[in-house]
Write a protein that binds this ligand. Structure first.
Ligand code: CA2
Length: 163
């Protein structure tokens, strides 16, 4: 199989405490579990003709390691850094360093919540951010990421000759 015929693979990264979804804080994050969200993403990936793998960790270093090696196997990253969104320079640097396009997603609208959630350290390292659509943020984020990954690299502009 030619490399160009290989299916695009995208990595979905879930940050700390997201494994608790659907069991606690239901009034804020809804009833859906992480498994439900991953199931949505597998279905959406099939419709988009891409593959998805999942990684969840409560540990900053593990998230950094996974992002750091992602370019070996994946064409892009969909990430909910959860609380690390607001604190982690390490994850921001890993996203910038891995060279892959990333899309940040949040279940809640972080800008409507406590002030400390208004600042995302990781979003500037991502091509886009989607927040506030609940479980659908992930599906919408995956669609956007697939579009970004498929976009042809913009042509290098030819320098004009001085006349
Ligand atoms: O809205 C989001 O997706 C967040 O990334 C969720 C994070 C929060 O720290 C961010 O500010 C916004 C929290 C994820 C942990 O979710 C829990 C679910 C159930 C029980 C406890 C935490």
């Amino acid at each position: 199989m030619k490399p160009s015929q290989r299916k695009i693979k995208l990595l979905v990264v879930h940050g700390p405490n997201l494994q608790l979804l659907g069991r606690r804080e239901v009034s804020v994050y809804g009833k859906s579990t992480l498994k439900d969200i991953n199931t949505d993403l597998v279905r959406e990936a099939a419709a988009l003709n891409v593959e998805v793998d999942f990684f969840q960790s409560n540990h900053e270093g593990e998230l950094v390691d996974k992002i750091g090696t992602a370019a070996d196997a994946y064409a892009g990253i969909l990430i909910n850094p959860a609380a690390y969104t607001h604190t982690s320079i390490a994850i921001r640097d890993a996203l910038l360093g891995c060279g892959l396009p990333a899309v940040e997603v949040h279940l809640s609208n972080i800008y409507q919540r406590e002030e400390f959630r208004h600042k995302s350290l990781t979003a500037p390292a991502c091509r886009a951010q989607i927040a506030g659509f609940g479980r659908d943020s992930y599906r919408l984020g995956l669609t956007g990421l697939a579009r970004i990954v498929r976009q042809p690299a913009s042509p290098v502009r030819k320098k004009r000759r001085k006349i």
